[in-house]
Design a binder for this molecule. Structure first.
Ligand code: C2E
Ligand code: MG
Ligand code: MG
Length: 644
C-alpha cells in the first residue's frame, strides 16, 4: 500500500508536467493549422489580384495614357493589394514556422513571398517614377508587365509547400493527440490500478485490523486456559442479568464456586495436572448449568455462575446441587484418580445486592460460609453471618499490629486450694483492647487468631509475660505460686514449643513445676503426632499439664489414658456442681489419680459442695474476678461461709 502510494506520488508531477507540455503543443498546433488556412486564403487572393492586374494592363496604350489617370490609380491599388498578400504571409511566418519549414524543406514559401513583394515594390516604384516624369510610359509598361511575369503564376508552387507544412503540422498534432491520449490512458490506468490496489490493500488492512481487534476483544474477555469468559466480562454479564431481572420482575442468582483443597492437588501433582483439573471442572460446570446461565472463570480455582431469571427459588438448589455433583465425580489426572469437591456461595438479586460488586461480594462471603460449614455444599448469603465474617476479617487485620502496639495485657485469677482457701496459684488470662479502644474477649479473638495462625506469636507473648509475672511473685517470696497458662492446641503443633518454654524457664531460673499448661481438648489436633510429642516433652520438662474445659468437647477418655495430663479442669458450665457430670468428673479424677480444679465457682454454696466432693482446687468470681497483677493478692485466703 505504501509502495503504491509513493509510486503515485512520484509519477503524478511527471505526468502532470508531460500532460501540460502536450497541451501547450496542441494549442500551438491548433493556431498553426489555423495559419495554414490563412495562407491558403492569401494565395487565392494573390491570384485574384494578379488576374485583375493582368486584365488592367491588357490594353497598355489606354492604360497609361494621360487622360486615363483613374486606371493608373486602379493599377496601383491592385499592385498594392498584390503586395499586401506576401506582407501578411511573411508577418505570419515566425521563427517556429521557419524552423518547421526548414525541417520539412518548404522554405520556398518565404522565397516566393519575398519575390512577389519585390516585384510589387518594383512596379510601385516605377509608377511613382512615371508620375514624377522620371520614367517614360513605355518603360513603366515594360516594368509592370515584367512584374506581372515575376509574380507567382503557378498556384501549386505556393500551395504545395504550404500543404506539405500543414500536413506535417497536422501529423504532429495527430501524433501528439494519440501520444497524449496514450499517456493519459496509461496515466488513468496506472492511477486507477494504483487506487484500486490501494483500496484493496486498505480494505485488506481494515479487515486484518478488524479481525485482530475482534481477536483481542475475545482474548481480553476469554480465559485462555479454560476457554470460559473471564472476570472482565463478569460485570457486564451481571449488569445485563440485572436489567433482564428488572424487566421481568424475577430474581436471578450469582453463584461463587470455589474448589476445595485445590492447592493440595497443585502441590502434590504439579501445576500441569492442576491446570488439567481446572479445564475439566470448567467443562463440567458449564454442562451442569442451563443453556441460559453463564459461567465465568473468576481466577485460580474460582468460578462464578450467573443464572438466568427464575420463578421458583428451588431452581438455585437444583443448579447448585448439579454443580456440586459434577465437581465431585472422580477426575483422571495422569495415572491418578483424583477426587475434589466444591463450595458454593449464592447471592440473589435483588435481595442480596443491588449491583454486581455487592452481589459478587456477598456470594463470596456465602462461599466462605459454605467452606466453614464443612465444604462440599452451598450456602445462601446470610446477612448476620456476613457481618460476623466482616468483623472477623477486621479483627484479623487488627491483630497483626496488636503486639507491636502493646494492645495485649494479662489479667490473673487466683486458684484456691479448696480445703483451706489458700491462694496457690493463678491463671493468666489474655485481654485485648484494640486500636478502636474496644475490649475484645479471648473467646472471640483466640479462635480467630488460631484460624489465621497469629496464635503462635500471641501465645509466645503470653508465655513470656506470664512466666515473667510468676518469676516476679516468686521473687517477692511466693515461691509456692503456680502460674496456669492457656495454650492453644495449635501452639502445641509447633515442635519447638516445649524447647521455647524450657528456654524461658532457664533464662528466668523458674522451676518447671510452677508452670501449669492448660490445653483445651481439640480432637482434631490433639491426635496429631506433633501435638502428642509436645505434650510428652512438656511433661518430661516437669511442667504440669491440665485438660481445660473438661466435659464440654468430645471428651475422650483415651486422652486421659494415653496423654500425660496431671489435672482435670471442670468447665464452669457444670457449676454449681450439684449435677451428675461434675460429681462424675471429680470421682473419675480421683480414680485416675489426677487432681481436679473446678472453675466458675460463684457461690459459697458451690464452694462448700466442691469441698465436700473432695475437689482439690477451684477458681471463680466468688474468690476474685481476673485482675491485673498489681491488684492481685498472692497471699490471700478465702473462707467458705456455707456448708454443703
Ligand atoms: P478458660 O481457660 O476456661 O478460662 C476461664 C474463663 O472463665 C475466663 O474467661 C474467666 O474470666 C472465666 N471465669 C472465671 N471465673 C468465672 C466465674 O466465676 N464465672 C464465670 N461466668 N466465668 C468465670 P476469659 O478470661 O474470658 O477467657 C475465656 C477463654 O479464653 C479461656 O477459658 C481460654 O480458653 C481462652 N483464653 C484466655 N486467655 C488465653 C490465652 O492467653 N491463650 C489461650 N490460648 N487462650 C486463652
Ligand atoms: Mg483455662
Ligand atoms: Mg476453662
Amino acid at each position: 500500500m505504501d509502495v503504491k502510494k509513493s509510486g503515485i506520488r512520484k509519477a503524478l508531477p511527471v505526468l502532470t508536467f508531460t500532460f501540460f507540455v502536450f497541451a501547450l503543443i496542441l494549442v500551438w498546433c491548433f493556431f498553426t493549422l489555423n495559419h495554414s488556412n490563412f495562407f491558403h486564403q492569401l494565395n487565392i487572393r494573390h491570384f485574384k489580384y494578379t488576374s485583375e492586374l493582368s486584365e488592367q494592363i491588357s490594353e497598355p496604350a489606354e492604360l497609361f495614357s494621360d487622360d486615363n489617370p483613374v486606371k493608373l490609380s486602379e493599377i496601383r491599388q491592385t499592385i498594392l493589394n498584390i503586395r499586401q498578400q506576401p506582407i501578411e504571409c511573411l508577418s505570419m511566418i515566425g521563427k517556429t514556422e521557419r524552423f518547421i519549414m526548414n525541417l520539412v524543406g518548404t522554405e520556398m514559401v518565404v522565397d516566393i513571398c519575398k519575390r512577389d513583394l519585390e516585384s510589387a515594390n518594383k512596379s510601385l516604384l516605377a509608377l511613382a517614377d512615371y508620375e514624377s516624369g522620371i520614367l517614360s510610359r513605355q518603360l513603366l509598361q515594360e516594368q509592370v508587365i515584367a512584374s506581372l511575369k515575376e509574380f507567382r503564376s503557378n498556384s501549386t508552387d505556393f500551395e504545395l509547400p504550404v500543404e506539405k507544412t500543414v500536413k506535417f503540422v497536422a501529423n504532429i498534432t495527430l501524433s501528439i493527440i494519440i501520444l497524449s491520449s496514450v499517456v493519459v490512458l496509461l496515466f488513468a490506468v496506472f492511477i486507477s490500478r494504483a487506487v484500486s490496489a490501494g483500496l484493496t490493500s486498505r480494505e485488506e488492512a481494515m479487515n486484518a485490523l478488524e479481525e485482530s481487534e475482534k481477536r483481542n476483544k475475545e482474548l481480553a474477555h476469554t480465559d485462555t486456559l479454560t476457554g470460559l469468559p473471564n472476570r472482565n466480562l463478569l460485570d457486564l454479564t451481571i449488569d445485563s442479568a440485572i436489567s433482564r431481572s428488572d424487566r421481568n420482575s424475577l430474581p436471578f442468582a450469582v453463584m461463587f464456586i470455589d474448589l476445595d483443597h485445590f492447592k493440595d492437588i497443585n502441590d502434590s501433582l504439579g501445576h500441569t495436572m492442576g491446570d488439567r483439573l481446572l479445564v475439566t471442572m470448567a467443562q463440567r460446570i458449564s454442562e451442569a448449568i442451563r443453556a441460559t446461565d453463564v459461567v465465568v472463570r473468576f481466577g485460580g480455582d474460582e468460578f462464578v455462575a450467573v443464572t438466568d431469571c427464575f420463578e421458583a427459588i428451588e431452581t438455585i438448589d437444583f443448579i447448585a446441587h448439579r454443580i456440586l455433583k459434577a465437581i465431585e465425580k472422580p477426575v483422571r489426572l495422569g495415572n491418578n484418580e483424583s477426587y475434589i469437591t466444591g463450595s458454593i456461595g449464592v447471592a440473589c438479586y435483588p435481595q442480596n445486592g443491588a449491583n454486581s460488586s455487592l452481589l459478587l461480594k456477598h456470594a463470596d462471603t456465602a462461599m466462605y460460609q459454605a467452606k466453614n460449614a464443612g465444604k462440599n455444599q452451598y450456602q445462601a448469603f446470610d446477612k448476620i453471618s456476613a457481618l460476623k465474617q466482616n468483623r472477623k476479617l477486621k479483627l484479623v487485620s487488627q491483630l497483626h499490629h496488636a503486639i507491636a502496639n502493646n494492645e495485649f495485657s494479662l489479667v490473673y485469677q487466683p486458684i484456691i486450694r479448696l480445703v483451706d482457701g489458700a491462694t496457690v496459684g493463678s491463671e493468666a488470662l489474655l485481654r485485648w483492647t484494640n486500636i478502636d479502644n474496644e475490649s475484645i474477649g479471648p473467646d472471640e479473638f483466640i479462635p480467630i487468631a488460631e484460624h489465621s495462625g497469629q496464635i503462635i506469636d500471641i501465645g509466645n507473648w503470653v508465655l513470656q509475660q506470664a512466666c515473667k509475672q510468676c518469676k516476679a511473685w516468686h521473687d517477692e517470696g511466693a515461691t509456692h505460686h503456680a502460674m496456669a497458662i492457656n495454650v492453644s492446641s495449635h501452639q502445641l503443633k509447633d515442635p519447638s514449643f516445649a524447647q521455647r518454654l524450657e528456654d524461658i524457664l532457664v533464662s528466668m531460673a523458674l522451676p518447671a513445676h510452677c508452670i501449669h499448661i492448660e490445653v483445651t481438648e481439640n480432637i482434631a489436633i490433639m491426635d496429631e503426632q506433633a501435638c502428642v510429642a509436645s505434650l510428652h516433652k512438656l511433661s518430661e520438662l516437669g511442667v504440669q499439664l491440665l485438660l481445660d474445659d473438661f466435659g464440654t468437647g468430645y471428651s475422650c477418655l483415651s486422652y486421659l489414658k494415653n496423654l500425660p495430663f496431671d489435672v482435670l479442669k471442670i468447665d464452669k458450665s457444670f457449676m454449681p456442681a450439684n449435677n451428675t457430670i461434675a460429681t462424675t468428673i471429680i470421682a473419675m479424677g480421683h480414680e485416675l489419680d489426677m487432681e481436679v480444679v473446678a472453675e466458675g465457682i460463684e457461690t459459697n454454696m458451690c464452694y462448700a459442695l466442691l469441698k465436700k466432693l473432695n475437689c482439690q482446687y477451684g477458681q471463680g468470681y466468688l474468690f476474685q474476678k481476673p485482675v491485673p497483677a498489681t491488684e492481685f493478692d498472692i497471699y490471700k485466703h478465702y473462707e467458705c461461709t456455707a456448708s454443703a
